[in-house]
Write a protein that binds this ligand. Structure first.
Ligand code: WTA
Length: 661
C-alpha cells in the first residue's frame, strides 16, 4: 500500500513496517549504482559482501581516486594492532587533494565556498581564492614560528577564516586542534593545555542571534592559565574593543600585510600516517580525549563515504549545517567536500534568526541540493510549523542528511515530507569523532526505515554483541561494535595511548572496536542505534561528558560534590540534570540553583548549562567511591533498577532514599 509520502507499508515479521523506497531516477543516477555496475554486481548486498571480504582491496580502490606524491607499500599494517596503520610508505597531504589538485583543472574557478553571515553579508571563494587565502595564512603561521608537528589551537566563530586556518595548518604539516566556538574558558584552557599549543588563532568575537560572543575575552582568561601559548593571532570579525597584549597578540589583518604573507606556499609532502588534526571529545571519565586523525587514511575514508552516501554531482550545492568545530564539520564541511570538488554553502548563525524562515530562505537563495543537519535542528524548526518552509521553493533539494543522535520517526517524516517534498532520500548517518567517517549510513539506493541508519557502509563490518563479543540475536539490544579496521579510524589519543587501547579495544590484540553505543539489528539487518552506554550526554547533538560538567560544578565554592546525568528532552534529545551536595554551611535556594547553572555555562559554554540542579544530602556510589549515575537516571525516570547485582551497588540503593526528592 502506498501512502501519500511515497512510503510503502510492508508486512515484516508479522507487523506492518514503514519503508521508503528511493525514486527510480535517484537510483539510476547514484554514484553507488555506477560503482556497482563497474564492479559487475547486480545488488547492493553482493557488492557489500565483496567489500567486506576484500576490504583492503576496496579501500585501495578508493585510495586510487585521490592523488599521492608517492604510492603506498602496504594498504594495511596491523602488526601493532590496535594501532593500525594505513597506506604505509605513501607520501601525501590532505590539502593537496582538497585544493591543489583542483587548481590544475577548470575547477580552479569553481565556487568552493559560499558563506552567509548572520547579518546577511555574503562572501564567495573559488578554489583559486581558497588557495590564495590558505597560502597566505600558512605563510603567516610559518613566519610566527609554527613548524611541522606543532599543534595549533583554533577558537573561532563560523567564518571562512576558521576553515582556512585548518587547511593552512595541514598544508605545512602542522596539526590543528579546533575548539568549538561555543565553549568557554575552562574548556578552552584544558584543550590548549593538553595539546601544549604555542599558537592560538581566535577572533575578537562572533555573532550569534544578533549578539556578540566574546571569543577574545574568553581566550584571554584561558590564556592566563595556559603557559604554553606564546602567540595569539586575532581575526577582526565584530570590530568591538578587545584587549591586545603586546608581544603576544597580533591582528591577523596586520600580519597579512607583511611580506611574509605571500600567496605562494608549498604543500608539504608527508608520510601518510602523519597527524592532520586533534579533536577533543568527551568520554566517560576525566578530561576530554584528544582524538588523533592522520592525513592518508582519513582522506580516503571521508571522501569515499561522501561520494557514495551524499552522491555529490559536479554541479551540486551542498550545505552541511554543522559547526566546523565538531567532527561533522571537519570531515563533511571542510575536508571531504573540498576533496570531492564540491561547492559548499555555510551559514554563520542560528537557524531561527531573525525568523524561523532563515534556513529555507538560504535553500531557495542558493539553490541547495543536499542538506545535512541534526535531529535537534529538525525538531526545533518543525516546532514553528509548516507555514515557514512552505513559502519557499525547496525543489532544488535532492538529498537530505541527519547526524548526531538517533532521529525520532516524527522528525524524520517531517524532514522527509515537508522539506524534502517526499522525493529526497534521507541519509541518517551514524558515526563518531573517533571513526572519522560514516560507519552506518544508507546510500541513495537504500530502502529507508525512519529512525534507522540502515546498513554499514561499504568496507565496514558492524555488529551488535554481548559482553563476550558474541553476536546478539535479531531484535535484541547489545553493544555496537566494529569488527574490521577502516582507514579514517582514529590512530590514538593524544598523550594517552593506554586509554585508547583499554577504552575502545578493551585490551591489546583485540580486533573488536567498542563504540560506546547500544544498538539492535532487525530481521533485515537494519541497525537501530539506541544511545550511549557510557557517561556521554548528547545535548542537541553536542557531545558532553558528565565528568567535565561535574568538575565545573565543584569548582564553585558552594559545591562539595556533584553528579550529572542526561534525561530525555523533547527538543534537545537529552538535557543535563545535576545533583549537588552543598559545602558545609551553605543553604539550598532557587537563587543558588540559578547561580550554579550560570557558573557551568561560563566555565564550559552555554550548551553545557544544566536544565535542572537538585540539592541532595548524598549520592549513590560504589564502595570505591564511583558515582552510580545510572541509578540516578533510573530513579529520575521511575524505572526498575534492573541488574544492580553487585553487593556494593545494592548497598548504594539504600542511599537513594536519602535523595531529597
Ligand atoms: C551519536 C558525531 C544515532 C552516537 C558524528 C555516537 C548517533 C555519538 C548518530 C558520536 C545517528 C551520532 N544515530 N546516534 N545517526 N550519529 N550519534 O563524536 O551516540 O560528536 O556514538 O560524532 O553520537 O558523537 P560525536
Amino acid at each position: 500500500m502506498e501512502n501519500p509520502t511515497g512510503s510503502i507499508l510492508r508486512e515484516g515479521g508479522g507487523k506492518e513496517e514503514e519503508i521508503y523506497y528511493p525514486p527510480s531516477d535517484v537510483v539510476e543516477n547514484a554514484n553507488l549504482s555506477r560503482y556497482m555496475k563497474q564492479k559487475g554486481f547486480s545488488t547492493w548486498e553482493e557488492l557489500y559482501r565483496w567489500s567486506c571480504e576484500n576490504f583492503e582491496e576496496y579501500w585501495e580502490e578508493m585510495a586510487r581516486r585521490l592523488e599521492w606524491y608517492r604510492p603506498w607499500d602496504q594498504v594495511l599494517d596491523d602488526s601493532g594492532k590496535p594501532f593500525y596503520r594505513w597506506f604505509t610508505g605513501a607520501r601525501c597531504n590532505i590539502v593537496h587533494n582538497a585544493i591543489d589538485r583542483h587548481l590544475k583543472t577548470w575547477r580552479r574557478n569553481k565556487q568552493a565556498l559560499i558563506w552567509e553571515g548572520e547579518d546577511g553579508s555574503h562572501r564567495t571563494f573559488s578554489y583559486l581564492a581558497v588557495n590564495r587565502e590558505v597560502s597566505k595564512l600558512a605563510n603567516v603561521l610559518k613566519g610566527m614560528g609554527v613548524a611541522r608537528g606543532d599543534i595549533v589551537s583554533i577558537y573561532m566563530p563560523r567564518v571562512p577564516e576558521l576553515i582556512f586556518s585548518m587547511l593552512a595548518c595541514a598544508k605545512i604539516g602542522a596539526v590543528h586542534s579546533v575548539i568549538y566556538g561555543g565553549f568557554s574558558v575552562e574548556a578552552v584552557r584544558e584543550r590548549v593545555g593538553d595539546a601544549q599549543s604555542k599558537v592560538l588563532l581566535t577572533a575578537d568575537g562572533g555573532f550569534m542571534r544578533g549578539k556578540i560572543v566574546e571569543l577574545k575575552r574568553i581566550a584571554d582568561e584561558a590564556m592566563d592559565h595556559s603557559p604554553s601559548i606564546q602567540t595569539c593571532i586575532v581575526l577582526r570579525r565584530t570590530g568591538h574593543a578587545v584587549n591586545m597584549q603586546a608581544g603576544r597578540d597580533y591582528w591577523l589583518h596586520d600580519l597579512l600585510t607583511l611580506p611574509i604573507a605571500s600567496t605562494k606556499c608549498e604543500t608539504v609532502p608527508l608520510d601518510s600516517e602523519t597527524p592532520a588534526f586533534i579533536l577533543y571529545t568527551s568520554g566517560s571519565t576525566g578530561k576530554p580525549k584528544g582524538v588523533v586523525h592522520v592525513h592518508g587514511g582519513y582522506m580516503v575514508g571521508i571522501s569515499a563515504t561522501f561520494h557514495m552516501t551524499f552522491d555529490l554531482k559536479e554541479e551540486d550545492r551542498y550545505w552541511c549545517a554543522a559547526d566546523p568545530g565538531w567532527i561533522t564539520g571537519h570531515s563533511y564541511i571542510v575536508y571531504a567536500p573540498f576533496i570531492e570538488g564540491a561547492t559548499s554553502f555555510i551559514y554563520e548563525g542560528a537557524p531561527n534568526y531573525p525568523y524561523p524562515n532563515r534556513w529555507w530562505q538560504c535553500v531557495e537563495r542558493y539553490g541547495i541540493n543536499i542538506l545535512y543537519t541534526a535531529p535537534t535542528a529538525i525538531r526545533g524548526l518543525m516546532r514553528f510549523g509548516n507555514a515557514w518552509p512552505s513559502r519557499y521553493d525547496l525543489s532544488t533539494l535532492r538529498l537530505l542528511g541527519s547526524v548526531g543522535e538517533p532521529i525520532n520517526p516524527e522528525a524524520w517524516r517531517w524532514f522527509h515530507k515537508v522539506i524534502g517534498g517526499g522525493r529526497c532520500p534521507l541519509m541518517d548517518t551514524w558515526w563518531q569523532t573517533e571513526t572519522g567517517m560514516f560507519m552506518i549510513a544508507p546510500n541513495p539506493t537504500t530502502p529507508l526505515k525512519p529512525g534507522s541508519g540502515t546498513y554499514p557502509v561499504l568496507g565496514v563490518v558492524a555488529d551488535v554483541v554481548d559482553d563476550r563479543h558474541a553476536a546478539k540475536p535479531v531484535d535484541e539490544d547489545g553493544f555496537l561494535v566494529i569488527r574490521k579496521p577502516w582507514p579514517a579510524m582514529m590512530r590514538t589519543l593524544l598523550n594517552d595511548p593506554e586509554r585508547y587501547v583499554q577504552q575502545y579495544w578493551r585490551g591489546e590484540q583485540s580486533e573488536v572496536y567498542f563504540t560506546g553505543d547500544s544498538a539492535r539489528k532487525d530481521a533485515q539487518g537494519y541497525f537501530w542505534v539506541i544511545g550511549r552506554v557510557d557517561d556521554v550526554i548528547k545535548v542537541s547533538g553536542y557531545r558532553l561528558g558528565t565528568a567535565e560538567i561535574e568538575s565545573a560544578l565543584v569548582s564553585h565554592r558552594a559545591v562539595a560534590e556533584a553528579a550529572a546525568i542526561g534525561l530525555p528532552h523533547e527538543l534537545k534529545g537529552s538535557a543535563i540534570h545535576c545533583y549537588v551536595i552543598l559545602s558545609q554551611g551553605i543553604e539550598p535556594s532557587e537563587g543558588l540553583e540559578d547561580e550554579l547553572k550560570a557558573h557551568v555555562a561560563s566555565e564550559m559554554g552555554p550548551i553545557a548549562k544544566p536544565e535542572r540542579i537538585q540539592f541532595v544530602s548524598s549520592l549513590p556510589k560504589t564502595r570505591s567511591g564511583k558515582i552510580l549515575r545510572r541509578v540516578l537516571k533510573a530513579k529520575a525516570l521511575g524505572q526498575e533498577l534492573g541488574d544492580l547485582s553487585t553487593l556494593e551497588e545494592q548497598l548504594s540503593l539504600q542511599q537513594l532514599s536519602m535523595l531529597n526528592r
